[in-house]
Design a protein around this ligand. Structure first.
Ligand code: FPP
Length: 261
């Protein structure tokens, strides 16, 4: 009996929070695209005397929570830096742990993400992963391509400079073949050659763990993004942090280089 009373009270509290959130967001629409540098898994594990892989596992749980938060806040696009091109330099054991976790994530989460209306995309040099993972990535993209409630992109073996170089190479090749007039290359044309061509630029980039740098993440796309560096370690990042990040974004004045009115 008591449980049902508490459940009702909790549901009412949730509704009240949702109503306040909806009111606030009617005035300040949420960022369309939030990109996150998920940092601090290793420190989270070390602070508990656990192996690094435990931090990465807890980090994967945080990913699940943030997908739910994004849907609740009406954020349409989330991009997560899950594995950088530089991460291949980590010890072999940690790479095995991270790729194993990715394999597990893809096999255990895609069906649920599909049910939730999430469309999955992957950017980065996927061919560096084992063939079974590459196949799982392609399958996940195909399985969810009809969804549009939330666009979730995982950056895997991703590096922004390599992405920009690849786009420059594609433009040069097209020009050499006579398919592209070099004078016609502008920001829109060049942006269309990037792996993010189907995505809006990020409005908000969050980095957890207190580090304050972009680490080769979405360098072109970040041109006018609001940057938010938080002192929380990624595995501890939850719905309250996400809500606060959205509120902080609403307080920022975005001018895109123009003078204040
Ligand atoms: C940075 O923490 C995090 C990573 C290199 C990997 C991010 C991976 C996950 C969040 C889990 C896997 C996600 C999916 C979607 C399967 P760090 O290890 O550099 O932490 P540290 O700076 O404290 O050492």
């Amino acid at each position: 009996m008591q449980v049902s009373v508490m459940t009702t009270a909790a549901a009412e509290a949730d509704e009240a929070v949702a109503a306040v959130t909806a009111d606030r967001e009617a005035a300040d629409p949420p960022p369309r695209h939030v990109a996150i540098i998920m940092d601090g898994n290793g420190r989270w594990a070390a602070s508990r005397g656990l192996p690094r892989v435990a931090g990465h596992r807890a980090g994967a749980q945080a990913v699940r929570r943030i997908v739910e938060s994004a849907i609740r806040h009406g954020v349409g696009w989330i991009t997560l830096y899950a594995f950088s091109s530089e991460n291949w330099r980590r010890p072999a054991g940690e790479i095995i742990d991270l790729t194993g976790l990715l394999r597990h994530y893809l096999r255990s989460e895609v069906a649920e993400l599909k049910r939730e209306g999430v469309r999955l995309r992957f950017i980065g040099d996927r061919d560096r992963f084992d063939a079974d993972i590459v196949a799982d990535l392609t399958d996940a993209e195909h399985a969810t391509e009809g969804n549009s409630r939330l666009n979730l992109t995982l950056a895997l073996s991703y590096g922004a400079r390599a992405e920009i170089v690849a786009a420059a190479r594609a433009a040069a090749r097209a020009a050499r073949l006579g398919n592209l007039d070099p004078e016609a290359i502008d920001e829109t044309v060049f942006g269309g050659l990037l792996s993010t061509s189907a995505m809006p630029d990020p409005d908000l980039i969050i980095r957890t763990s207190g580090e304050q740098r972009l680490s080769n993440f979405l360098l072109w796309q970040a041109a006018y993004a609001e940057l938010l560096f938080l002192d929380v370690l990624w595995p501890d990042f939850g719905p309250a942090h996400f809500a606060e990040a959205i509120a902080e974004y609403a307080r920022r004045e975005r001018r895109f280089g123009a003078r204040p009115a």
